[in-house]
Design a protein around this ligand. Structure first.
Ligand code: CO
Length: 193
């Protein structure tokens, strides 16, 4: 498996080459780095989920048309993809994968983690989702249904995790801290308060 360190080295080599060949200009690269470091990422998705937990009307809009509801919060799709949000309940647990490559909702979750892009996750999330969930420490009741959603270039999925017990008194801002990237991929649950 490629480590994050290897990736950093390759990126730096690629950047120097592109600059040297005059294919890109430094400000364009800075703009892209700023986009990925500061403006895209799971902090956006966490705000979407916390809003859905706090505002039933927003939640209904999010489940009916996630693309529009997410834009409503100011997060535009980076690659023109449509978004679908699937809700976890006591009866249904959803998990997201891209079996073909590494399609991922950049605007709300940022760049995919290394494990999401790995061949074992891509194969096993589809063939043995309960086994994968167990490896992430997520036990799913035998009577609950596990649904696997395969993202692609046009359509990206995000999970609306169950609002954790004990979070009833928390406001939207406090709820944001309970929503992790992995819980929005569906491999874990949201954190307990
Ligand atoms: Co893909």
């Amino acid at each position: 498996m490629t480590s994050d360190n290897d990736v950093a080295l390759r990126v730096r080599a690629l950047e120097s080459l592109l600059l040297e060949k005059g294919l890109v200009e430094a400000p364009a690269i800075d703009e892209i780095i700023d986009l990925f470091e500061n403006r895209l990422g799971p902090q956006n998705g966490a705000k979407v989920i916390a809003r859905a937990w706090s505002d039933p009307d927003f939640k209904a809009r999010l489940l009916a048309n996630a693309t529009d509801a997410i834009v409503e919060m100011g997060y535009e799709a980076v690659q023109g993809e449509d978004m679908v949000v699937v809700e976890n309940t006591a009866q249904v647990h959803n998990i997201v994968v891209c079996t073909l490559c590494s399609c991922f909702p950049w605007a709300t979750l940022g760049l995919p983690p290394v494990w999401y892009k790995s061949a074992p996750y891509r194969a096993r999330a589809a063939s043995d989702p309960r086994g994968v969930l167990a490896e992430f420490g997520t036990d799913i009741a035998a009577e609950a249904e596990v649904r696997v959603w395969d993202s692609n270039a046009e359509l990206r999925y995000m999970v609306l995790p169950e609002r954790p017990a004990g979070s009833e008194s928390l406001d939207e801002e406090a709820l944001v801290a309970l929503v992790t990237r992995d819980s929005m991929i569906g491999v874990t649950r949201a954190l307990n308060p």
